[in-house]
Design a protein around this ligand. Structure first.
Ligand code: 0X9
Ligand code: ZN
Length: 455
């Protein structure tokens, strides 16, 4: 009896110390490696899934297609065992990141920081990753400096009471009445390239006169950091944190995956009920203040917002709904054509375009599916670079190239929204009846000429 009590007491101490470690100490990834593993069959794929928990593996950039390689984060203590297990089964792999902590440390290095920066009007650039206070100071600066063009909107607070900011860019005399494009970033905390690209887009639209044509018939709503608590946590404590930072009433594990917390098909495939998992769905749809405030704001503007774009990383994909399962909306071909057109603008990085659940995996409760479900015709998730060479630790020297490569695609989106407002389709397909039927242009029901009356 005594030994049982002692065991319980010891395990409690262990759990408490784990929590304390998570909450107060900086998490080190020294010795952690990322391997690109290439299972050759369904069986080999299953083997990886089977050993996942006992080897404490974290699967990144999972793919539905079992023949595609998968990126796996491996703690130091599992590496030797895993190496021999893979060798036994003749499963090939390459080590893509030999020490994750070194990659994390390198990411913090600024390139080409010159002294002339001190003369800059704001402390933002795209040659380094920035803390939230810098990003918010930049938004405030733009609002004060260009009050006619830029409006800073506080749409609520995060779990830890940080403001949630949306910036509206409009040169209309009555802003808020024209067709609009929504762009968000930073839903997932560790995907640092996403807020970087979102802030670059803001800077280009506001401060570069040559981009004024993008504002001529379209308003822009841009929210660079949807999950500010998580983002700050990746800077201070755990670089690989993905979720929000809310406290659970049933577990010592914190955080909800914001991209499993939106209120369309909430709790379906690819969403965990376990608060300790990275894909935890939360206690109910929109349980998180961040997803609730964001969705309420978008809903309030849903008759203007014609295109929803959410920036994630990594993998170089333009993902088209639905993603909760392999389901194609009736107007899938319209979304595909526009995404292909946008992707044709990319020069340095090529993106794979296609249905989300088909290309990657089924994941329910994501923001793109929800946006589509409330009637925003064009809804996309872009998984920004790279394809796994640097994964979430994309070096700062890559920020500007990624931003510059991405920006021209916005012209395609703005032109579509300005001319057709997304309200009309040139090809309408039969409504989807079976789950996996891909609509084709040969099943046209009606052809509606776009009257382009919204400009
Ligand atoms: O799994 C996700 O939430 C997204 N990928 S990420 O690696 N950035 O986490 C993809 C979401 C795609 N959309 C849907 N499944 N609806
Ligand atoms: Zn993401």
């Amino acid at each position: 009896m005594m030994s049982l009590l002692l065991a319980i007491a010891l395990s409690c101490v262990f759990v408490i110390s784990q929590v304390a470690a998570e909450e107060s100490e900086v998490v080190s990834y020294a010795g952690f490696q990322v391997w690109k593993i290439k299972p050759n069959s369904e069986k080999e794929w299953q083997f990886i899934l089977d050993i996942k928990d006992s080897y404490e593996l974290e699967l990144w950039n999972e793919r539905r297609m079992t023949r595609d390689p998968i990126d796996v984060l491996i703690p130091p203590q599992s590496q030797t065992k895993l190496k021999s297990k893979l060798a036994e089964r003749k499963i090939s792999y390459v080590v893509v990141i030999s020490d994750l902590q070194t990659a994390i440390d390198n990411q913090k290095t600024n390139i080409n920081k010159t002294t002339s920066d001190s003369k800059a009007a704001y402390n933002m650039d795209w040659i380094s990753y920035h803390r939230l206070n810098n990003i918010y100071a930049f938004l405030t600066y733009l609002n004060t400096t260009y009050p006619k063009l830029v409006q800073l909107i506080n749409i609520g607070s995060s779990y830890e009471k940080r403001p949630l900011y949306v910036i509206r860019i409009s040169n209309s005399s009555s802003p808020g009445t024209r067709p609009a494009i929504w762009i968000d970033g930073g839903i997932h905390a560790r995907e640092w390239i996403s807020p970087a690209v979102a802030t670059y887009i803001i800077q280009q639209l506001v401060e570069v006169p040559a981009n004024a044509k993008l504002l001529s018939n379209v308003d822009w709503y841009i929210m660079p950091v949807v999950n500010p608590d998580g983002y700050e946590f990746t800077h201070t404590t755990n670089r690989m944190w993905r979720k929000t930072r809310s406290v659970s009433s049933t577990s010592s594990c914190r955080g909800v995956d914001p991209n499993r917390n939106f209120g369309f098909k909430w709790g379906g495939l690819g969403a965990s009920t376990n608060p300790c998992q990275d894909t935890y769905r939360g206690t109910k749809a929109f349980s998180e203040p961040e997803t609730l405030a964001t969705s309420n704001f978008i809903k309030g503007k849903s008759s203007q917002i014609k295109l929803y774009l959410t920036l994630h990383s990594y993998g170089q994909y333009a993902l088209i709904p639905y993603g909760y399962d392999v389901v194609y909306p009736p107007d899938y071909n319209d979304l595909l054509a526009l995404a292909n057109n946008a992707a044709s603008k990319f020069v340095k990085y090529t993106y794979t375009v296609g249905n989300s659940a088909d290309l990657l995996y089924a994941a329910s409760g994501a923001s793109d599916d929800w946006a589509k479900s409330i009637g925003i015709k064009y809804s996309y998730t872009f998984e920004l670079p790279d394809r796994g060479t640097n994964a979430f630790t994309l070096p700062a020297s890559e920020i500007l190239p990624v931003c510059q490569d991405f920006f021209p695609a916005l012209d395609v989106f703005a032109t579509k929204v300005a001319t057709c407002c997304g309200a009309f389709t040139t090809t309408t397909t039969k409504p989807l009846t079976t789950r996996t039927t891909r609509p084709t242009t040969t099943t046209k029901r009606t052809t509606t000429k776009c009257p382009c009356t919204c400009g």
